[in-house]
Design a protein around this ligand. Structure first.
Ligand SMILES: Nc1nc2c(ncn2[C@@H]2O[C@H](COP(=O)(O)OP(=O)(O)OP(=O)(O)O)[C@@H](O)[C@H]2O)c(=O)[nH]1
Ligand SMILES: [Zn+2]
Length: 357
């Protein structure tokens, strides 16, 4: 998985296997005329573009019940066209395009999911392997130094990474407002992205623990961006936990509600054009919220905290923690004053995502 995500991020090809119809896959946002030519030379058929149902609907190319749409054209798809289909802007292509539906658990579905895991736009250029590769696709790909990945491994990646989280390092780090603090780092077995737990005081596992799940926000947490409320929520949570005596803050590597920093910047540009935070995600082809809470639940379990008093305004966090086996005995509101730059964002959270303010 690690090699496959690195390869698509740098514009290279990978083979997504599923035992029947393996696919050659490239990231739509990284294609160049040169890489398209290479892929066309290898592929058994025309190149097509796999996108999420959300993106396909904006392009007027989604059938009912689509999970993943595979877009083809009656002319070769060049780099500029592929990028235009993947990126917001010029929606609704002219004539000559059509789409077929695929289920999520197909190589095309896995190709789109691979892009999300690589924190790229969720659009993948795909093509069938040549007939000569059918007998032994692994050997064929090996001979060309193309990384291979199983569709099932891509689709199960996030859950697997969460299940295999291990504490790999820890240290005492006195924080402003919470001098008795320890940072514990958790790493998945495949060496992927690490999440952190910040233990404040000495929380007792036998009583419900005051807990905050904080999704990483480079702009808000580090730069003090006024577009969101993350900086206030982060520092506010540390102070509130210290004041209460003890608790835990999980700092989760889920920047931009799981779409990554680069896609969040793209979403901000769309918001400057008038979309709200939810519609901006959808324009990019993402769901409203791409986070999963399996890593958070696993970390809490490993720390021995089966019951929490959760500091959040987001009912989804409460529901998802419970679904992953952590009992939320109480929701503790975590609201901070708005400013002129984040007012619309906070209103959208309330009216569209059901945040409780
Ligand atoms: N995609 C996207 N992400 C954003 C935007 N603004 C902030 N974020 C991200 O949203 C996340 C906010 O996370 P949290 O504060 O943990 O969660 P929440 O859903 O707001 O719920 P609370 O627990 O009530 O704060 C961070 O990862 C931010 O980077 C935006 O406009 N678009
Ligand atoms: Zn933020």
């Amino acid at each position: 998985m690690d090699r496959a995500t690195a390869e698509v991020r740098r514009g290279g090809m990978v083979v997504v296997m599923d035992g029947t119809a393996p696919l050659l896959v490239m990231a739509a946002e990284a294609v160049t005329p040169g890489t398209l030519e290479t892929m066309t030379g290898l592929a058994a058929d025309d190149l097509r573009l796999a996108v999420t149902a959300r993106r396909a609907r904006l392009l007027d190319l989604a059938a009912e019940e689509t999970e993943v749409a595979v877009i083809g054209a009656d002319h070769p798809l060049d780099a500029a066209t592929l990028r235009a289909l993947a990126e917001p802007g010029e929606t609704r292509p002219k004539n000559g395009f059509s789409a077929e539906s695929r289920a999520l658990d197909t190589p095309a579905g896995a190709a789109v999911q691979l892009m999300k895991i690589a924190r790229l736009l969720p659009a993948a250029v795909i093509a069938p392997l040549p007939t000569e590769a059918a007998a032994d696709p692994v050997d064929w790909a090996l001979a060309r130094d193309i990384p291979r990945v199983a569709a099932a491994d891509v689709l199960g990646y996030e859950e697997t990474a969460a299940r295999t989280l291990m504490m790999v390092g820890e240290a005492q780090v006195p924080l402003e407002g919470a001098e008795n603090a320890r940072i514990l780092a958790f790493r998945p077995a495949d060496g992927g992205t690490e999440h952190l737990a910040i233990l404040i005081g000495e929380p007792k596992p036998d009583a419900p623990v005051l807990a905050r799940l904080h999704s990483e926000c480079f702009t808000g947490d580090l730069l003090g961006s006024l577009r969101c409320d993350c900086g206030d929520q982060l520092r506010g949570a540390i102070e509130a936990i210290a004041k209460d005596g003890a608790g835990v803050l999980l700092y989760l590597a889920q920047e931009g509600r799981g779409i990554g920093l680069v896609n969040k910047l793209r979403a901000y540009t769309l918001q400057d054009q008038g979309y709200d935070t939810i519609d901006a995600n959808r324009q990019l082809g993402f769901d409203d919220d791409e986070r999963i809470y399996a890593p958070a639940a696993e970390m809490l379990r490993k720390l021995g905290f089966g019951r929490v008093r959760l500091m959040t305004n987001n009912p989804l966090k409460v529901e998802q923690l419970a679904r992953h086996g952590v009992e939320v005995t109480e929701r503790v509101p975590h609201v901070f004053p708005s400013n002129p730059h984040n007012l619309r964002y906070l209103q959208a959270k309330q009216t569209r995502s059901g945040h409780l303010f």
